[in-house]
Write a protein that binds this ligand. Structure first.
Ligand SMILES: [Ca+2]
Ligand SMILES: [Ca+2]
Length: 178
């Protein structure tokens, strides 16, 4: 009789454990379709996805000249460029990304420049230059300034400064499959 009880108890325990395992598996499965995994598929690690442009962006805090920053971006995966800025919402997105990454609002290179022809601004990634966020009186080319930073004294506002100055910068690349 004792032996029967032991067998029954063992069987009950085994079914309990099996039941627990099943419920654990059920709880684990939803995590595989969770947001972080989807976001990681959108961009490389540490790059931030911006859905309206289907592009990825990353802020780099080490200071470089404008040209060195662009070459640095080119050497990233996907042949990135210094970022262009296409709209007010995009400008705000970039400004927030800088603040989140640096905890400050440092002057940060974007891809806009008038290196080839004074006062004719172009984006280094080939985007069309339509949106702009200059302050009153800008760009002023003060002492020959041909490269553009975001976050002048006023957060998010642009300024043309000497391309040889060193600043933080933002690289971006468009997702190929989109
Ligand atoms: Ca200029
Ligand atoms: Ca200026």
């Amino acid at each position: 009789m004792m032996l029967v009880w032991v067998l029954v108890l063992t069987a009950l325990l085994a079914s309990d454990v099996a039941g627990m395992n099943n419920s654990l598996e059920l709880e684990v499965i939803p995590h595989h379709v969770d947001e972080p995994d989807v976001a990681e598929r959108m961009c490389d690690h540490k790059w931030v996805y911006y859905p309206p442009l289907k592009s990825c962006f990353r802020f780099f805090c080490d200071k470089r000249s404008w040209t060195n920053a662009e070459v640095f971006c080119n050497n990233r995966p996907h042949s990135a460029h210094l970022t262009s800025v296409s709209s007010s919402a995009h400008n705000i997105f970039l400004k927030k990304m800088i603040t989140a990454a640096s905890k400050k609002n440092p002057e940060t290179w974007i891809g806009l420049n008038d290196i080839l022809r004074e006062s004719t601004f172009t984006w280094i990634d080939g985007s069309i230059y339509t949106y702009r966020h200059w302050p009153n009186g800008g760009p002023n080319n003060l002492g020959n300034e041909d490269c553009v930073i975001i976050n002048d004294r006023y957060m998010g506002v642009w300024n043309d400064i000497s391309c040889l100055k060193k600043a933080a910068f933002i690289c971006s690349y468009r997702r190929i499959n989109d």
